[in-house]
Design a protein around this ligand. Structure first.
Ligand code: GTP
Ligand code: MG
Length: 236
């Protein structure tokens, strides 16, 4: 049975200034509990995925004496953003439809030192037998027109609750520090701002140039890393 959130009914009550009946209050409580349960499950899925990357980082650091992960930033999509996306994508307002159609309620961003680390971590993560890959988007090999780079994975991981196991979707974004620097600033500059069309082309061009610079920086740092490794080997 599908659990309808029934927000429409609630908002109608409010809009028409109708007195709330016990039935509608109960319905509201029930809906809220369902939303809390769903969000809490996504939070658990974030914890699972974070732990998997932390374990890989630990192992890697033992083996190679360095940490491939600089930092991990996770976020749970806000209810407002979920509702906005549900509306924009014309998704039915039910738990099942939301879970089936939104891939990014749980988001984990893994910031790495080098591009190689991204692909190594992604490979070891996806090799785990409880991680199911749903979709991969490689915006590093094929950056977006605006210059955005990152490796995106949509995966499903199980979470173990008291009496059941549930598979939850998580969006994982893997980036280098330089990619994250660019994406974070670009997002901050652009987010929810009405840009004058006269300035838009010039701004997009400048942002793209910065993205190219960040890509060159990644390449140069990789080259320096390789030279240092090479030179250190000679000394051994
Ligand atoms: P959404 O429906 O918006 O989540 O996008 P999508 O399903 O087309 O997926 P896509 O992989 O393109 O983007 C998902 C996420 O990647 C976004 O929510 C952002 O966090 C990030 N992202 C994608 N493109 C850009 C970009 O041009 N700039 C920045 N800063 N972030 C981006
Ligand atoms: Mg998104």
């Amino acid at each position: 049975m599908e659990n309808n959130l029934n927000l429409e009914q609630a908002s109608k009550h409010i809009a028409e200034n109708l007195p709330l009946t016990q039935e509608s209050i109960d319905k509201f409580r029930e809906n809220r509990q369902q939303i809390d349960t769903m969000m809490s499950r996504y939070k658990c899925a974030i914890m699972e995925v974070e732990t998997k990357f932390k374990v890989l980082n630990e192992q890697f650091s033992l083996q190679y004496d360095r940490n491939p992960i600089e930092s991990i930033k996770s976020r749970l999509k806000s209810i407002d953003s979920i509702l906005e996306k549900v509306q924009r994508k014309n998704i039915r307002l039910s738990m099942e439809a939301v879970e089936a159609n939104l891939n990014d309620i749980a988001g984990v961003r893994v910031i790495c030192s080098f591009r190689n680390d991204i692909y190594d971590l992604a490979k070891y993560f996806l090799n785990q037998d409880d991680v199911r890959l749903i979709e991969i988007k490689d915006y590093i090999k094929r950056p977006k027109d605006g210059g955005y780079r990152s490796l995106h994975l949509i995966v499903e991981v199980p979470i173990f609750l008291q009496n059941e196991k549930r598979n939850m979707k998580v969006e994982v974004q893997l980036r280098t520090i330089a990619m994250d620097f660019w994406a974070s600033l670009e997002h901050k500059l652009r987010y929810k701002k009405e840009i004058n069309p006269d300035d838009a082309i010039e701004l997009a061009k400048d942002l793209k140039e910065c993205a190219d610079t960040s890509m060159l920086l990644d390449l140069r740092m990789e080259e320096i890393k390789n030279r240092i490794n090479h030179s250190a080997k000679k000394e051994d």
